[in-house]
Design a binder for this molecule. Structure first.
Ligand code: GLC
Length: 686
């Protein structure tokens, strides 16, 4: 059941797809307080209450004990103190012995989530602008609650099947020769690969929708050449358009009036990678259509996937911001130089990027109204994603395109996936990546993953290996790193064969993981979930922070620590552990409910399967297109007839019908081909 409560004058956000009448009266469970524009909701928490959700955010699966701020931020430092990342996903579930409900604040401005931070027994959620819809969702299970919320916000984006392949990316690939070398290094060593990302270096002067003619003399020919080898190019597109006289996109957009303006009607200009840029007003349909149409030359060159970046929007600096900083610094000139004045001097320039004053300098047109950017800040990236997805649908309505964005808001989950932004090559970030996944899934962002290996700083062989072992299970499996960091393509390392073997597991599992993903997406379910969703009565399981349920019957528990050759795992029921080393090399170990210490050497990682559930493996391959997904080895620990509804489609049609694509695999214990202590293995041809 969903109830909507309306506050102030909510602006359209595109998050919700069902219109509900607004309730009269107060929101149940909370004490509501209005203070100037702000509206806050207070609720006492019992010690047992657990809070799940908030999508892309730091800290644990259980969000209790910290303060978050929904404010889309270009922030390279994802530490425990980071209140805001690139997205605002205002959905939170309260789960305790005597309560179960979810709330969604459809608020495009800043929202503060004080979840037991100021007082450990109190949650206070505050909308800074006070114009929003508050949805209260109640169901009798966690999964039911999320499903109802997702019904409210619409079906998740469906990527093409090739997007489940391994993707190699790095900021710095600057020519087709470099990309060809990356492809060849993978192919010659039989490291599976489906796509290579092109970062800003493919562009002329980092200008959107251009590519360097000398480095990419014939992009269409190059993309065709790669496609013949079952590889795809995935270029980046940034939000800003260079404000350069004579630059076609700038002149055209200016003539169309699609860029954000300042109060005096002049263009808002800020510096990003290409230098001074203007920013499309993605909140206007006209601007979205215009921007979307700019993808056409790339689409015509055969590109089928993109990543949208810098769309919080990131602002390095504005002329006004720089002048203000100099003025502050100037005012200190001549004062006695002590540590305080020195800090003030430094402070004048710190925070010059992504500055709130700049976000207050420009406006959007929403209908006839002019709305200051900071009031709707969190919508910007989502509407860029919307512009792109709409353009792809216009260009080819019969094909799914790959699209993942850095910034997002709920609603964008219908149009694309997300990556988790600029993480570091840190062990703590491996754990953080895992802990973000269930929240993202609750909010509909099923197609997601982190920069495997870490974006910033220098990765080590063991860390990359463990990152890849998590990546085997994340729908987006992309190795990405920053310019000037250690090169981290698999083939750069002495242990590349071990890493390759890890990736082969992804390809053996790809048809199964795709099946689990599509079933979750088409039924408003979750691909990753906290254990609490499956074991709400198990007081141990509900608090597990480093294991996740995957699909209908599986659980992952990767090694997250340096030098560890094993880990403790809690099994809420009897399961089968598949300990992988490669697509063809794995042990099957039945384990009973309870605590276990599992040995996992650096080249080993587990997948746990609930009893009387099945996992299907194909033989693997070097690209998603060349896998034989009809010959499956079905693995399970079964003591009764067990079925698996295997989803299989052409991998690109945009509106697949679930029922038409399900193949029922049914196994009886007595028909198994091989059996190890209750473990059933059977080879099937579908
Ligand atoms: C941003 C992106 C990163 C990209 C870089 C250069 O930092 O988050 O992924 O590599 O910009 O385009």
């Amino acid at each position: 059941m969903i109830r909507r409560y309306s506050f102030g004058t909510p602006l359209p956000t595109d998050a919700v797809v069902c219109a509900l009448p607004a309730e009269k009266g107060d929101v149940p469970y909370f004490t509501t307080l209005r203070e100037n524009e702000r509206v806050s909701f207070t609720l006492s928490l019992s010690p047992e209450d657990i809070l799940f959700g908030l999508g892309e955010s730091v800290r644990g699966v259980n969000k209790r004990g910290f303060r978050f701020r929904s404010w889309n931020s270009d922030i390279p430092s994802h530490t425990e103190n980071t209140e805001s990342l690139y997205a605002s996903h205002n959905f939170l579930v309260f789960f305790g012995p005597s309560r179960l409900f979810g709330i969604y604040l459809d608020d495009p401005g800043a929202v503060i989530w004080d979840l037991g931070y100021t007082r450990s027994d109190t949650a206070v959620i505050t909308s800074e602008n006070g114009n929003f819809d508050f949805y209260l969702i109640e169901e009798d299970s966690l999964s039911g609650l999320v499903r109802t919320f997702r019904g409210l916000t619409g079906q998740s984006y469906l990527p093409p099947r090739w997007a489940f392949g391994y993707i190699q990316s790095r900021w710095g690939y600057a020519s087709e020769d470099e990309i060809r070398t990356v492809a060849e290094e993978h192919r010659s060593r039989h490291i599976p690969l489906d796509a290579v990302c092109m970062d800003i270096d493919y562009m002329v002067g980092f200008k959107n929708f251009t590519w360097k003619p000398e480095a990419f003399p014939d992009l269409k020919r190059f993309s065709t050449e790669l496609k013949q080898d079952h590889l795809r190019l995935v270029p980046i597109i940034d939000a800003g358009i260079p404000a350069e006289e004579g630059f076609a996109q700038y002149e055209e957009g200016k003539a169309e009036g699609v860029f954000c303006k300042k109060e005096d009607g002049s263009e808002f200009v800020a510096s990003v990678w290409p230098g001074w840029c203007v920013f499309p007003d993605f909140l206007q349909e006209k601007a979205r259509t215009w921007f979307g149409d700019q993808y056409r030359p790339l689409l015509e060159a055969g590109i089928e996937g993109f990543w949208n970046d810098m769309n919080e929007p990131a602002l390095f600096f504005t002329e006004e911001g720089v002048s203000e900083a100099f003025a502050r610094a100037e005012s200190l000139r001549g004062s006695h130089v002590d540590y305080e004045s020195m800090w003030q001097l430094k402070g004048s320039f710190n925070g010059i990027g992504n500055n709130m004053n700049d976000y207050r300098r420009f406006f959007h047109r929403i209908g006839d109204a002019s709305v200051r950017h900071d009031k709707v800040h969190n919508l910007y990236g989502a509407h860029m994603t919307r512009a792109s997805a709409d353009a792809f649908r216009r260009y080819d309505p019969d094909r799914r395109f790959l699209l993942f964005s850095r910034s997002s808001f709920i609603g964008a989950h219908r149009n694309g996936g997300v990556w988790q932004g600029d993480n570091f090559s840190w062990w703590s970030h491996l754990k953080m990546a895992l802990q973000m996944l269930p929240g993202l899934n609750m909010c509909g962002f099923l197609y997601s993953g982190c920069d495997l290996g870490g974006f910033g700083s220098n990765v080590t062989e063991d860390l990359l290996t463990r990152f890849l072992q998590l990546g085997v299970f994340t729908p987006l499996m992309r190795n990405h790193s920053a310019l000037h960091t250690r090169e981290q393509e698999i083939y750069r390392f002495s242990t590349w064969e071990m890493m390759r073997d890890t990736v082969t597991v992804r390809y053996a599992l790809l048809p199964f993981l795709y099946s689990e993903f599509m079933k979750a997406a088409l039924t408003d379910g979750m691909y990753f979930r906290p254990l609490a969703f499956d074991y709400p009565e198990d007081t141990r399981a509900v608090r597990v922070e480093d294991q996740l349920m995957l699909g209908e019957g599986c659980m992952i528990a990767p090694v997250l620590e340096q030098n560890a050759v094993g880990r403790y795992v809690y099994l809420p029921e009897d399961m089968l552990m598949i300990r992988f080393r490669s697509a063809s090399d794995y042990d099957l170990v039945p384990l009973d409910k309870g605590d276990h210490r599992i040995d996992l050497k650096l080249n080993e990682f587990p997948l746990f399967v609930k009893k009387n559930h099945l996992v299907a493996l194909c033989a693997g391959g070097e690209s998603s297109e060349t896998l034989d997904d009809r010959a499956l080895t079905v693995i399970g620990r079964i003591d009764r007839e067990t079925v698996y509804d295997y989803y299989r489609d052409d991998g690109f049609s945009p509106r697949p019908d679930l029922q038409q694509h399900l193949f029922r695999i049914s196994i009886k214990p007595e028909t198994v081909c091989t059996s190890t202590a209750g473990v059933a293995i059977s080879k099937l041809l579908i």
